[in-house]
Ligand binder design. Structure first.
Ligand SMILES: Cc1cc2nc3c(=O)[nH]c(=O)nc-3n(C[C@H](O)[C@H](O)[C@H](O)COP(=O)(O)OP(=O)(O)OC[C@H]3O[C@@H](n4cnc5c(N)ncnc54)[C@H](O)[C@@H]3O)c2cc1C
Length: 500
């Protein structure tokens, strides 16, 4: 196992040497990742005018909404090889099973059918030049509370620790990723959950009332401002923003780019990372109110033409922005503290990509079943069967790697799980991108239009190869750890000693 799947050695609680592979082998629930039980999906017959799909989700029967012939009706939640059929963790946290079942219903019954309404409301608001969250999101958020699927990461009752393990949360996140409304509806936006965690773990209690509680209650949004326009931001030691202590406050100076969520009408704070002074390598992290004097929005970006309104990606200038003392932390561990809070987000991004790929594969199959070329349904063409098989393999591979990384994170913590997290991050966006790309191909022209979610999904998954650390940086990380393992295990002398 170790040579195929190198894992950093570390110490378990009882002090014995162990590795994440040990844990997967020791605990059968980890094996669930590799031994998924397969249930059958009942897909409906294609009728002359409409297609109705009845599916069974953990014994919950639900009916897909009727769809016009041009838009293939697909199972709303593919349960056959997805999260729901993974064996439940033996030591599942209290309420996990019920939460997952409720979430499946919520996404299935409330979110997916609401997507069209969201798009219409969003378009109408944009046409009127109004930057607001479509009403349907607020309606869904109210319903999420009733379904008891609100705040799945931290909550008012679970401020000190996450409600569920990362392994469990990833299972929930996969369910909610089936719909792009899932994170908004349940207050599980990736940047928000990262800042919630930072605030709960590393900031003084005085900040709780100002930022953390409103965030947990869904009253505000936040962003994370790390990247800068004038330096290579893959390497944080390049960052130039300075967060300097000055009497009774901190003063922030610098320029940040591509801050996700900054355009959201409820975005009130961004977590700005910088250095304590120009010559200091010690970091500082400040929660900066976006309405503070000296904060200037200087530009916005689209991704492949999508403006991702209303959250968006913004460049922000900070000119002598003052923040109170309790709103910043500094010191040589600050980068590690910030990274520790951001690493789970990488797994959540991978899971989100898997959720999108599952939906893309469902769409691919449904479309191929409906269309005929040269007298035969597309679904009976060998090339298409190949696409389907390759897609399933790509999704399953992605899922195994991500859940393995989540298990590793739960067992060893953020840094000792670097190998597994980086492998997942370097493989999953490309593998899930291939699935979405195939679905686009099968839809022909309709695949690249806005009527289907595929083009937008592809754009998100493609961006993921750059965000949260570009592919190459994760490869570098994996290669370094692998060489270290080799050097520590072999007694051979290398002609050139690599600088790691
Ligand atoms: C959709 C989207 C959302 C984003 N959201 C945020 C956000 O919320 N907050 C935030 O702070 N930033 C955000 N970013 C910015 C993102 O984090 C950075 O783009 C990313 O860290 C890469 O930094 P860079 O663009 O400066 O590229 P660079 O660091 O200049 O790297 C460019 C390319 O060089 C290659 N490269 C880099 N290092 C190496 C290496 N060691 N070896 C080989 N090749 C290498 C990679 O291919 C990389 O893509 C977002 C970006 C996108 C596209």
């Amino acid at each position: 196992m170790s040579s195929d799947c190198p894992i950093p050695k570390t110490r378990s609680k009882d002090g014995s040497a162990t590795s994440s592979a040990d844990v997967l082998l020791r605990k059968p629930q980890g094996g669930a990742i590799f031994g998924m039980s397969v249930k059958s999906i009942k897909t409906g017959k294609v009728k002359a005018k409409r297609t109705v799909t009845v599916l069974k989700v953990n014994n919950i029967k639900s009916k897909a909404p009727k769809a016009p012939l041009e838009q293939p009706s697909v199972p709303l939640l593919n349960n056959s090889h997805s999260i729901s059929s993974l064996e439940l963790d033996e030591a599942a946290s209290p309420g996990f099973k019920q939460t997952k079942e409720a979430l499946i219903k919520f996404i299935n019954i409330e979110c997916i059918p609401a997507e069209k309404i969201y798009r219409e409301q969003q378009k109408s608001l944009s046409q009127q030049g109004i930057n607001a969250i479509p009403q349907i999101v607020k309606d869904l958020q109210r319903k999420a509370r009733k379904y008891r699927v609100w705040n799945l990461y931290l909550s008012e009752e679970f401020i000190g620790a996450t409600r569920f393990s990362q392994y469990e949360y990833c299972q929930l996140f996969e369910v909610l990723s089936r719909s792009f409304l899932g994170t908004m509806a349940t207050n599980c936006d990736i940047a928000n959950t990262a800042t919630m965690y930072m605030l709960a773990k590393h900031f003084p209690p005085t900040v709780k009332d100002k930022v953390l509680l409103p965030l947990i209650r869904g009253a505000i949004y936040t962003g994370v401002a790390l990247s800068e326009p004038n330096v290579s931001s893959s390497d944080y030691t390049n960052l130039k923003t300075v967060i300097r202590r000055d009497g009774g406050s901190w003063v922030v100076n610098g320029q940040k780019s591509w801050v996700t969520n900054a355009g959201h009408p409820d975005c009130k704070f961004v977590a700005v990372f910088g250095r304590r002074c120009e010559s200091d390598r010690g970091g500082a992290l400040a929660f900066v109110p976006l309405d503070a004097p000296g904060v200037k929005f200087i530009g916005s970006h689209s991704t492949f033409g999508y403006d991702d309104a209303p959250e968006g990606f913004y460049d922000i200038q900070f000119d002598n922005v003052r923040v109170p003392l309790d709103m910043a932390i500094s010191g040589k561990n600050t980068w590690a503290k910030m990274q520790g809070s951001l690493i789970p987000g990488r797994l959540h991004q991978c899971i989100r990509a898997i959720g999108m790929a599952e939906r893309a594969l469902d769409l691919l199959i449904a479309r191929a079943a409906q269309r005929k070329t040269f007298g035969k349904p597309l679904l009976s063409q060998g090339t298409i069967l190949n696409y389907i098989a390759e897609s399933r393999a790509d999704i399953n591979l992605s899922r195994m790697l991500t859940y393995k990384a989540a298990k590793s994170f739960d067992t060893f913590g953020p840094f000792a799980s670097t190998m597994d997290t980086s492998i997942a991050k370097m493989v999953v966006p490309t593998a899930t991108g291939r699935v979405i790309d195939k679905a686009i191909q099968i839809f022909g022209a309709a695949g690249v239009g806005n009527e289907q979610p595929l083009a937008s999904m592809w754009s998100k998954v493609r961006c993921l190869r750059i965000t949260e650390g570009p592919d190459e940086v994760h490869k570098l990380q994996v290669a370094r750890l692998e060489i270290k393992r080799f050097l520590s295990e072999q007694s051979c002398v290398l002609p050139t000693k690599p600088k790691l």
